[in-house]
Ligand binder design. Structure first.
Ligand code: HEM
Length: 173
C-alpha cells in the first residue's frame, strides 16, 4: 500500500484493491493473511503499473528496504549490521527473534556461502515459491543502503535453495 500510494496516490490504491476484489480490512492490524492475497495484490499492482509480476516484486524489495530504514524498523535495520556482509550474515538471527513475537510468521532462511571483496554468494530458502525477484530487490536495496554499486543475480536453485550472487563494484562513498 505504501509503495502504491507513494508512487501513484490514494486513488490508485483504491482501484487496485477494487480490481483485486479486496478491501483494506484484511490488511489492517498485525494479523497474518493468506499468501494468495499478497499475490493477488502484487498482480493487480503489476497490471496497473504495466510491469511484470517479477518486476513489481523486485521494485517492492527495493522499496521495502528504504521504507524500513525510514520508518519504525529503522532501529532493527541498524542493529542488523554496519555493512552489507554483516547485515546478510545476521539476517537469520534477526528473523528468528521476530518469530518469538509472531509465531505464525513463516520466515525465510539465508546463508552466506562465500565472500570476498568483489562478490558475495548467498543461499535463500523459503516455504513460499516465486519470491526470488523480491529477494533480488531486497539485496539491491541493501547495496544502496550501504552506498555500494553492484549487481544481484539469481543464479539458480540447488536442492531447496535459491542461489544469489551479489557482485560488488567500487565503493560510491
Ligand atoms: C527490519 C528488518 C526486517 C524485519 C522486521 C523483517 C521481518 C519479516 C517478517 C515479519 C516477515 C514475514 C513472514 C511471514 O509473515 O510469514 C519477513 C519475510 C521476509 N523477509 Fe524479512 N525482515 C526484515 C528484513 C529483511 C531483510 C533485510 C531481508 C533480505 C535482504 C529480508 C528477507 C525476507 C524475505 C525474502 C521474506 C519473505 C518470506 C519468505 O521468503 O517466505 N527481511 N520478514
Amino acid at each position: 500500500m505504501d509503495m502504491v500510494v507513494a508512487g501513484y496516490g490514494e486513488a490508485a490504491w483504491a482501484s487496485i484493491l477494487d480490481s483485486a476484489g479486496l478491501d483494506d480490512s484484511v490488511l489492517i492490524g498485525a494479523q497474518p493473511y493468506p499468501d494468495e492475497i499478497t499475490f493477488r495484490l502484487i498482480s493487480a499492482v503489476a497490471a496497473k503499473a504495466g510491469l511484470t509480476v517479477d518486476e513489481t516484486l523486485r521494485s517492492f524489495g527495493q522499496y521495502w528496504i528504504k521504507a524500513a530504514d525510514a520508518g519504525p524498523y529503522a532501529n532493527v535495520m541498524n542493529i542488523l549490521g554496519g555493512s552489507l556482509l554483516e547485515s546478510l550474515e545476521n539476517l537469520d538471527r534477526m528473523h528468528a527473534s521476530i518469530q518469538i513475537a509472531m509465531p505464525e510468521a513463516r520466515l525465510p532462511y539465508f546463508a552466506v556461502l562465500e565472500h570476498d571483496e568483489s562478490r558475495i554468494k548467498i543461499a535463500y530458502h523459503s516455504t513460499r515459491q516465486g519470491l526470488e525477484s523480491f529477494v533480488t530487490g531486497l539485496f539491491e536495496g541493501l547495496l544502496n543502503r550501504f552506498d555500494k554499486t553492484g549487481n544481484v543475480i539469481f543464479s539458480g536453485t540447488k536442492e531447496d535453495f535459491s542461489l544469489f550472487e551479489i557482485s560488488l563494484s567500487s565503493d560510491r562513498s
